[in-house]
Write a protein that binds this ligand. Structure first.
Ligand code: GLY
Length: 558
């Protein structure tokens, strides 16, 4: 066996006591108060899993447009003591009364906005159950302790930022339509001014019940009653059975490799891990660092196009459809796909058989945590659109998701992000909508990367570019800042951030047959941690596009 691979196996398999511990703990998240909440819990004797609960709950309060108790997510965990790796699937589920034609009119057309705004757009939340599960199964502190910073933030409030104002402006109509949401997130029905404090006393009480009673404190009792009353009165279709039936699923993460690095990533119902491994498998056939920039962008685009084609065709909730994960992530399949790539010419998406795929918004959130014992968490959480459905049931303080829009309402008809899908992602009672969230670990002999980002269907290509940066030996500040480009099969355009591609590279790509589209805004909000084993240090970085904070701290576990 190659010496680097052997060293990597040793690092991953030896019991934690036998491997060195990180010299510091690190947390990167999309909001400074959430990062502070995680460090507060580490300082109180919690481990990375307690800290991840604290950061997730804090984000639910201070970044209400991105994730929350009314949403869901995937928490990828690695426990240092025994090397156990698991993906805690807290993805939302379709209500039991949901049918495939929920958002169609009598003529079979998709009713605009119905899967996006208001109570009918909301799937059954998974985040509260996931937080209770992680605390009970993997944490060291009581759930109530880990939720304490979030409860404090909900009571004391947080300050409105420029980003908050942008998100609230974008969802102003949906927020105005829900009296509880408008009271909470607007001021006199308008976007609040900079520095205005958002206080959420109802959410504080809901968090307290969750902390005291565990998941029953959310899915039964006073919170459940408020949710059901509110959703029912607003035309939604939730039932008590939906809340009682909600279960977190522990799933084996997907695993793959890229040039001696071990990739651990999200399993279905996320499409992220499958597509990431497919793209890395295709690209591993090229000498990446030796390529000219135009060749890199061209080949990565062709890999993206093919992975997203398969995403649209084959991926859905594995509890409902057979997802051919092994076949799609098999290096031999990637070799076939690679053989179909012309190094000088774009393949029109119309020339690839099969269905379709979609673009991405910039909502959702990510956190990366490493503690002094080497436990780690990469978690990507969402309520889908900014401020989710915009709907808050009275008395709950819980802003509900609009994750139902991640289903394919009708084959071939795009959702809010332009996504189209196939039968594999059709609505069915109790089914989890297909996701792009891609929390990921990358282990090499020299160190470990923990990373992920929000950004709709662009999440997967952002994580790909981040992994390639890490594999090229660059540090987290470079992974998160890297200019981004994206292709997703359909529409057949190569999107890029302003400034991401030099003029000469753009000209060459057009000559190769690519249709280029410069995005108006940058995208993504990557949060990354690097345990540099070789260098004996820990580094972390928060995407300069966002307002997050990455913080490395010594202390504890000494
Ligand atoms: N709602 C975004 C995603 O799960 O991909």
């Amino acid at each position: 066996m190659h010496a680097r691979a052997l060293l990597l196996l040793l690092v991953l398999w030896l019991p934690a006591q036998a491997v060195e511990r990180p010299p510091a703990a690190a947390i990167a998240s999309a909001h400074p108060l959430a990062t502070a909440a995680g460090h507060e819990i580490l300082a109180a004797g919690g481990n990375a899993f307690d800290a991840a609960v604290a950061v997730s709950a804090a984000l639910a309060v201070v970044e209400p447009y991105s994730s929350g108790l009314g949403g869901g997510g995937f928490w990828l965990l690695r426990r240092a003591a025994d090397g156990r790796e698991v993906m805690v699937d807290g993805r939302e589920t379709a209500p039991l009364a949901a049918r495939h034609d929920l958002y169609l009119d009598a003529q079979g057309g998709v009713i605009p906005g119905r899967s996006i705004d208001g109570a009918l757009a909301a799937a059954i939340p998974g985040e509260p159950a996931a937080l209770a599960h992680i605390a009970a199964r993997y944490g060291r502190l009581p759930l109530a302790r880990s939720l304490a910073p979030a409860i404090r933030y909900a009571r004391e409030g947080f300050e409105v930022s420029e980003h908050y104002r942008r998100m609230a402006s974008f969802r102003l109509d949906a927020l105005r339509a829900s009296p509880a949401a408008a009271r909470t997130f607007l001021r006199d029905g308008a976007v609040p001014p900079l520095g205005h404090r958002i206080r959420q006393p109802d959410l504080a009480r809901t968090l307290e019940r969750l902390g005291r009673e565990g998941e029953k404190g959310f899915y039964a009792g006073a919170t459940a009653k408020a949710l059901l009353n509110g959703v029912g009165a607003a035309g939604g279709i939730w039932s008590g059975e939906d809340l009682r039936a909600y279960r977190v699923v522990e799933r084996a993460p997907l695993r793959g490799s890229y040039r001696g690095f071990r990739i651990t990533t999200a399993a279905p119902p996320s499409s992220g891990g499958v597509a990431l491994l497919q793209m890395l498998n295709i690209l591993s056939g090229y000498d990446w660092e030796a390529l000219a920039e135009t060749d890199r962008v061209h080949l990565a685009t062709e890999a993206m196009r093919r992975a997203y084609r398969d995403r649209a065709e084959f991926l859905g909730d594995p509890g409902f459809v057979a997802v051919p994960v092994q076949r799609l992530t098999d290096p031999a399949y990637a070799a076939q796909l690679r053989a179909g790539i012309d190094p000088q010419q774009a393949t029109p998406s119309s020339a690839l058989t099969a269905a379709a795929a979609a673009p991405g918004g910039n909502h959702t959130t990510h956190l990366s945590v490493l503690d002094r014992e080497g436990n780690r968490v990469a978690a990507t959480l969402s309520i889908n659109y900014p401020f989710g459905s915009g709907f808050m049931p009275e008395g709950s303080g819980v802003l509900l998701n609009d994750e139902m829009d991640d289903f394919s309402a009708k084959p071939g008809v795009p959702n809010a992000y332009g996504l189209v899908g196939a039968a594999a992602n059709a609505i069915a009672p109790g089914k989890r909508p297909l996701s792009s969230m891609t929390p990921t670990f990358v282990d090499g002999p020299g160190g470990t990367a923990i990373l992920g980002t929000p950004g709709g269907s662009r999440i997967i290509t952002m994580v790909l570019l981040g992994v390639l940066e890490f594999a090229a030996g660059r540090e987290p500040a470079a992974w998160v800042a890297r200019p981004r480009y994206h292709h997703q099969y359909l529409p057949d355009v190569l999107q890029f951030e302003p400034g991401a591609l030099a003029d000469a590279v753009q000209d060459e790509l057009v000559l190769r047959g690519h249709t280029l589209q410069q995005a108006e805004q940058p995208w993504g909000n990557m949060q990354a941690v690097w345990w540099d084993r070789e260098g004996g240090r820990v580094l972390a970085a928060s995407d300069p596009r966002g307002e997050g904070r990455a913080e490395v701290r010594q202390g504890a576990a000494d």
